[in-house]
Design a protein around this ligand. Structure first.
Ligand code: F6P
Length: 463
């Protein structure tokens, strides 16, 4: 293989540049050229295929900084539609014209879902990334547990899990953790710590909403910030249990911090975030989010009198507040754990291509004997019998629904990821740069400005 393409797809994560860097470093050793395709799959729909050469003379370009968040080649949420054969033909032709003999997509479950049609035309592999930690399997036969039911009205299929007969063992997880997750948790745990002291001072109840879609891994890891209660999407809300616990804690310590995963569902299985739809002044639908819906429920249960009785606030509305950690958990400098393993996964993806393992995924495995190590895994083994990839939910055994915190097994799961996840250089970097006087006088210099100077395009046909 002489030249490969690489793209980053889906929502960005902090370790994308590290994954690209790992791939380029390995390609340099193997004397393979790497073209970075600009803005994910969007690039392939563009007849000019904007791209940059990431390793001229087999040296990584200086803009490729593995310690920087985001992705220097940009990302988008565009995917290839398997039913559009003409489009696929065009894409294949464009890549051939560029001399690209293999493709690495760095992405999550959505990216892997869309990869199959490409793998039938060009050797293509995936290096995983996602802050949600939802690309993987709790045990190898998990995809076989899906069934689908056709809706007689819409003719669409609904996918449902059947009961499992598999034993859950941490050593058997496929893709133990994905790059980006550790940094996201680093941010959410810090957020909780900071909210705590203000909740303490002002006798308030804080609800902190974290990302993760329908998977509770980020919420689970946020336990490192010592919230009082963690609510995950995998367990429907038990309002009575929650409110009783909130009362108990508030009586004792005059403040409560609750972490809630954005995909939380109520006891009917309805997403909390969807529940309180309202319209803004322009008439647009506004989704108020899981934390806001939860706040309304707790406000209703406790009532103003509860806070007035203790002279801790004049109303429930004043005492209970919400904060979304939001996109800060997806941005910025990746911590050491993410940088290191993202680079190994990127490097492994190059090896998979060179070994001819089309349609495979580089995965980060962990077991008691070997610790963390990377392997190749056939992409089809992530798919259900109809070929669909389902986002991994947190295994229920990692959470204690009575305590509303990680279970003993959940703690065992988290320890190998986070013990040592922060490097000395991470702390030193902050010390050196946060209050650098230059930050005050110099404008931000975006990597996009420099990368733009390197973009090449596919020459149009003059035939
Ligand atoms: O999948 C990553 C993620 O950050 C989710 O946790 C979150 O729900 C979603 O992406 C947000 O997407 P967007 O950036 O498009 O709003």
């Amino acid at each position: 293989m002489k030249r490969i393409g690489i793209l980053t797809a889906g929502g960005d994560t902090p370790a994308l540049n590290a994954a690209i860097h790992g791939a380029v470093a390995r390609a340099n050793q193997l004397r393979i050229e790497v073209f970075g395709l600009i803005k994910g799959f969007n690039c392939l729909f563009n007849p000019r295929v904007p791209h940059i050469h990431l390793n001229p003379l087999f040296l990584a370009i200086p803009e490729l900084d593995p310690t920087k968040g985001g992705t220097l080649i940009g990302s988008s949420r565009d995917y290839v539609d398997p039913t559009k054969k003409d489009e696929l033909d065009q894409i294949t032709l464009r890549l051939q014209k560029l001399g690209i003999e293999g493709l690495i997509a760095i992405g999550g479950d959505g990216t892997l879902n869309g990869l199959q049609p490409l793998t039938e035309r060009l050797p293509t592999v995936l290096a995983p990334k996602t802050i949600d930690n939802d690309l993987g399997l709790n045990y190898p036969n998990e995809p076989d547990e899906w069934t689908r039911i056709r809706d007689p009205h819409s003719h669409k299929y609904h996918y449902k899990r059947t009961a499992t007969s598999a034993a859950f063992n941490l050593d058997h997880i496929v893709n133990y953790v994905t790059p980006g997750y550790a940094t996201a948790v680093f941010v959410t745990a810090q957020g909780v710590e900071r909210i705590r002291t203000t909740a303490e001072s002002h006798r308030r109840i804080a609800i902190v909403e974290v990302m993760g879609r329908h998977s509770g891994y980020i919420a689970l890891g946020t336990a490192y910030g010592q919230p009082d209660i963690i609510l995950v999407p995998e367990y429907p809300l038990d309002l009575k249990l929650l409110v009783d616990r909130v009362r108990e804690l508030y009586d004792l310590q005059k403040n409560v911090v609750i972490v809630c995963g954005e995909g939380m569902v109520d006891d009917q299985g309805v997403e909390l975030g969807d529940e309180s739809k309202s319209t803004d002044p322009a008439g647009n639908v506004v989704l108020s989010g899981a934390a806001e819906a939860l706040r309304a429920k707790i406000m209703h249960e406790l009532g103003d009198g509860y806070f007035q009785r203790y002279r801790r606030g004049s109303s429930a509305r004043e005492a209970i507040f919400t904060r979304k950690v939001g996109h800060t958990q997806r941005g910025g400098r990746p911590i050491l754990f993410d940088r290191f393993y993202a680079a190994l996964l990127g490097s492994k993806a190059v090896d998979l291509l060179v070994e001819g393992r089309n349609n495979s995924v580089s995965v980060l495995q962990h077991n008691a004997n070997q610790g963390f190590h990377v392997e190749g895994y056939d992409a089809n083994r992530f798919r259900d019998r109809w070929g669909l990839i389902h986002a991994r939910q947190m295994h229920p055994a990692l959470y204690d629904p009575r305590l509303m915190k990680p279970s003993a097994l959940g703690i065992e799961y988290l320890l190998p990821i986070f013990s040592g996840a922060i490097g000395y250089d991470d702390a030193e970097f902050m010390r050196r740069t946060q209050f650098d006087p230059g930050n005050l006088s110099q404008p931000y210099h975006s990597v996009n400005t420099d990368v733009n100077k390197r973009i090449h395009y596919l020459e149009p046909d003059h035939g």
